[in-house]
Design a protein around this ligand. Structure first.
Ligand code: ATP
Ligand code: MG
Length: 277
């Protein structure tokens, strides 16, 4: 059984591609067979990340792990209905061709597209990175501007709700496990961090997601992209780059913590029948 992990959030720049790449490498390092699909055909950040990794590996002769990386192109048909049908079929065909993989990790664009919606409906796990800002929170839920109370779900939460409904109606066993992870957590803005944490805790129970510990705001994430590396490729005897600071070590713990929180099926275990609804 292939487990599908979708990185999604209609907000741009929240850390989807960065988190996707780290999850992909973490899974490959645990000997899982992994495929990566980049649905952001405009920016192609995950594709570029993997191309940079190949170039670095070729240049340095570094023994790096690579996922399978099929392309799912958006349809160019004029009729919206026909284009949507074609895109759904392309994704279904790609999943069928990846049946030998343990995990398929899908990086979605920071906007609402049909392919992204279809991918969400195929997800076993959705991971939503969220910048630590109420501008990003607004895509999950609306807040009362006077009282600060949560008024109700917002556009992205509605999309996840639709995906859950679609999946339930399709008869697939188990629900979609939705994990929200805060990203770029600041070490200094303690009040904002606390306030945001309280609102997310409140929302988690209401709209059904789990909160992961998240990633701190660290320059290393931006520095790793040009070489296609992740924090998990650093350190160790044969590693191309060494873990150099306490901040890198802490960051690596954050990645491991995220992957542990995802509570993914292990290769030797059958998939749990009842993931979170
Ligand atoms: N924890 C972090 N600390 C510092 N920089 C980060 C962190 N996470 C991501 N970044 C940087 O923020 C930028 C946006 O990240 P990324 O491309 O992963 O977001 P995204 O959600 O995929 O964006 P888009 O919606 O445009 O696809 C990148 O330059 C990335 O290196
Ligand atoms: Mg991206």
């Amino acid at each position: 059984m292939t487990h599908v992990i979708v990185l999604g959030n209609e907000k741009g720049g929240s850390g989807k591609s960065t988190a996707a790449m780290h999850i992909i490498v973490a899974l490959m390092k645990s000997n899982a067979r992994v495929a990566a699909i980049d649905l952001d055909m405009r920016q192609k950040s995950l594709t570029r990340y993997l191309e940079n990794r190949q170039a670095f590996s070729d240049l340095k002769g570094a023994a790096l792990l690579f996922p399978e990386n099929p392309t799912v192109a958006p349809s160019s048909l004029d009729s919206r209905e026909a284009a949507w049908r074609e895109e759904s079929q392309r994704l279904t065909d790609t999943f069928a061709s990846l049946a030998h993989c343990d995990f398929v990790v899908i990086d979605c664009p920071g906007a609402d597209t049909h392919l992204s919606r279809v991918a969400h409906a195929h997800a076993d796990t959705i991971v939503t990175p969220l910048n630590d800002s109420f501008v990003d929170f607004d895509l999950l839920a609306r807040l009362d501007p006077k009282t600060g109370d949560v008024l109700g779900p917002s556009v992205y939460s509605d999309m996840v709700w639709q995906a859950r409904k679609k999946r339930a109606m399709s008869g697939v066993k188990g629900g979609i496990d939705w994990i929200v992870m805060r990203n770029r957590l600041s070490a200094t803005r303690a009040n904002n961090k606390k306030h945001m944490g309280e609102k997310l805790d409140d929302l988690a129970g209401r709209i059904g997601f789990r909160l992961a510990r998240g990633f701190g705001d660290r320059v290393i994430y931006r520095e790793l992209f040009p070489n296609g590396l992740t924090l998990l490729d650093l350190g160790g005897k044969s590693a191309p780059v060494k873990l150099s600071t306490m901040s890198h070590v802490t960051a690596r713990l954050e990645i491991r913590s995220l992957v542990a929180t995802l509570n993914l099926p292990r290769r030797d275990e059958p998939e749990a029948e009842t993931a979170a609804a």
